[in-house]
Design a protein around this ligand. Structure first.
Ligand code: ARG
Length: 589
């Protein structure tokens, strides 16, 4: 099924061709004046300009031709040359029926299935997850689910920061505290099966070590030495590194699971390490890299750059690899293992220059094929109400799990306050968790990713307005109507559209019919906020319709069943949409 707007454009385009003009003038758009019409075509104006004719005459000519089509119920020609269109009810219903019959709601268009990797998350191992990583997780997961919903093969890679100085710092600190551990003895080989530290100890070790390194230069030197030894394969350090990884990854998994975020690949910067040396060698051999002030760099400036793009550094003057080198080496690995058609990186927008450098170098030096699409989706900062980066009340860095706990506690209170629900303790907790996670995720995703936004817990958890809980509440409401309908009429089976009915009903149907295009464009533009805007509009339209319509009490059976068919489709679209956003709805709330 092609998009509705495309189908309408093809019909209008054919009318232009038949009248002797170019097909492209037939572009049909959603109306900017829904009070006047549902769709509009403004092509007569452009056609008139090109043909030096009167636009109104052309519009009348085209309008006359379109009136014969069974697709439009109304074609109005408006000065100076607009075509205002309304859709034929049966045509609309036939499109909706196709959507109902398709388990993917018309989203999967088989012709353009792609293999796409999404690099998101990017937590730094052994440091607690903080809210800076919240956005990467929420946005990246949604981008991945958008692609999946459209039928693409999506591979999410967490790309952990697991190889840098923080590992050396932890190792040096452990050695300082307990030099007799076998990891630090020569000869080694026989290491304990379990780590000599717990997760909470680990979480204390890193900040302590980091603070120490700032005051004590010789400790810092030791940490750097340990980092280098680890990277060069020191057996004891590798053993301890694996144990740090085991403990940290288990904890990361728990945190991400709570957010409904999961990864196909749990790779990290360390996995790129074996690819670095051969890559550097090749870049030298093939003359891409040259020395500049002791460092090894690749020039990537392009003629039409408006801003200066500095060369991409591959090795520092001391021979150490950098963040950029790691990302390039990771690309070597990704092309070798998956050869994806597109890779999307989701990270803080302040890393924009880094990714420009990585992408240009990768293309210039043939690390990725020319046609591979590399995208950077840079997100803005999550601020507190004071407009500054979000902090704890004490001014420290907020841990992600604490933030979620706070929102869950608030949600729990709200749910408990509604005594009519009569929930068990367990149910209340479960629902609070679900709604709280949605409040956080929707609060983030409803903003354009690149913009900074204010984390406003009161606004995000409100059941009214453009919020996650409002969307979930609408879903719960529809489910409850359907439950009541089933109690009274046994089954929803056999409920089918009966006609288009009122204007409100038609608005809802038109919105439903644009679902495939909304999702497709949201993915194309890496813009989950468009999904939010769409479901907010849909939820509003439904709630408006609901207030005007007695559904279950309706005597006319055909009407009643038609509305249930409509509700069932709205429910499927909303549920699919929140799934794409990585949210879940409870049965009651
Ligand atoms: N670990 C990095 C950070 O915390 C983010 C990684 C983003 N992904 C990448 N391929 N560089 O800043």
């Amino acid at each position: 099924m092609v998009f509705l707007l495309d189908e309408l454009s093809i019909i209008a385009g054919a009318a232009f061709v038949a009248a002797g003009y170019e097909e492209s003038y037939g572009r049909v758009l959603r109306s900017s004046r829904p009070d006047l019409c549902e769709f509009q075509c403004n092509g007569a104006m452009a056609a008139a300009k090109a043909a030096h004719k009167n636009p109104l005459e052309i519009a009348e000519d085209i309008g006359g031709r379109l009136k014969g089509s069974s697709v439009f119920s109304e074609v109005a020609v408006v000065k100076p040359g607009f075509l205002n269109l309304r859709l034929d009810g049966d045509f609309l219903l036939s499109r909706l029926s196709l959507m109902v019959e398709d388990e993917n709601l018309g989203l999967v268009k088989a012709r353009d299935r792609r293999k796409v990797m999404v690099d998101y998350g990017g937590p730094n191992v052994a440091k607690p997850l903080h809210i800076g990583h919240l956005r990467a997780a929420i946005i990246g997961e949604s981008v991945k689910r958008l692609g999946k919903a459209l039928g693409h093969e999506m591979i999410g890679d967490i790309h952990m920061g697991d190889w840098g100085l923080q590992m050396g710092l932890i190792i040096a600190e452990l050695k300082r505290r307990n030099p007799s551990l076998p990891y630090f003895q020569d000869g080694g080989g026989d290491y304990p099966a379990h780590a000599p530290f717990t997760l909470s100890e680990l979480e204390e070790i890193y900040p302590t070590a980091s603070a120490r390194s700032k005051e004590d230069a010789s400790f810092k030197a030791e940490a750097m030495e340990a980092t280098k030894a680890l990277q060069q394969g020191h057996e004891g350090y590798r053993a301890i590194w694996r144990q740090i990884m085991d403990i940290s990854v288990a904890d990361l998994k728990k945190n991400y699971e709570r957010l409904n975020v999961s990864f196909e690949l749990w790779k990290g910067e360390s996995d790129a390490d074996p690819y670095i040396a051969p890559l550097v060698q090749r870049l030298k051999d093939e003359g891409y890299a040259h020395e500049s002030q002791g460092a090894l760099v690749v020039d990537i400036a392009e003629e039409d750059d408006v801003k200066e793009i500095p060369p991409c550094m591959i090795l520092k003057s001391d021979g150490a690899a950098l963040y950029t080198t790691t990302d390039l080496a990771t690309l070597v690995e990704r092309v070798q293992d998956f050869n994806p058609e597109r890779i999307i990186y989701v990270a803080d927008k302040r890393q924009s220059l880094h990714f420009t450098q990585v992408f240009r170098t990768a293309k210039k030096t043939d690390i990725v094929p020319e046609e591979t699409r590399l995208d950077f989706l840079g997100f803005g900062t999550m601020n507190g109400k004071d407009g500054k980066p979000f902090k704890t009340r004490e001014g420290g860095i907020m841990r992600l799990s604490d933030l979620i706990d706070d929102v869950v506690a608030l949600m729990y209170q709200k749910i408990r306050n509604n005594e009519a629900l009569s929930l068990s303790e367990e149910e209340a907790r479960e629902i609070a968790e679900m709604v709280a996670v949605s409040a956080i995720k929707y609060g983030d995703l409803s903003n354009q990713a690149s913009k900074d936004y204010v984390f406003d817990i009161d606004k995000f958890t409100s059941f009214e307005g453009n919020t996650g809980p409002y969307i979930l509440y609408t879903i719960v409401r529809i489910k409850s109507i359907i439950r009541k309908y089933k109690e009274k009429f046994k089954t929803v089976e056999g409920c089918a559209f009966h006609g288009v009915g009122s204007g409100d009903e038609k608005s809802l149907m038109l919105l439903l019919a644009s679902f495939d295009q909304v999702i497709s464009e949201a993915f194309e533009n890496l813009a989950p906020h468009r999904v939010c805007a769409y479901i907010y509009e849909l939820a509003n339209a439904f709630n408006h319709f609901y207030h005007e319509t007695k559904i279950i009490a309706e005597e006319d059976r055909e009407k009643r069943e038609g509305w249930i068919a409509l509700l069932l489709l709205i429910l499927r679209v909303l549920e699919k949409s929140i799934d794409i956003l990585g949210m879940e709805a409870p049965e009651r709330m």
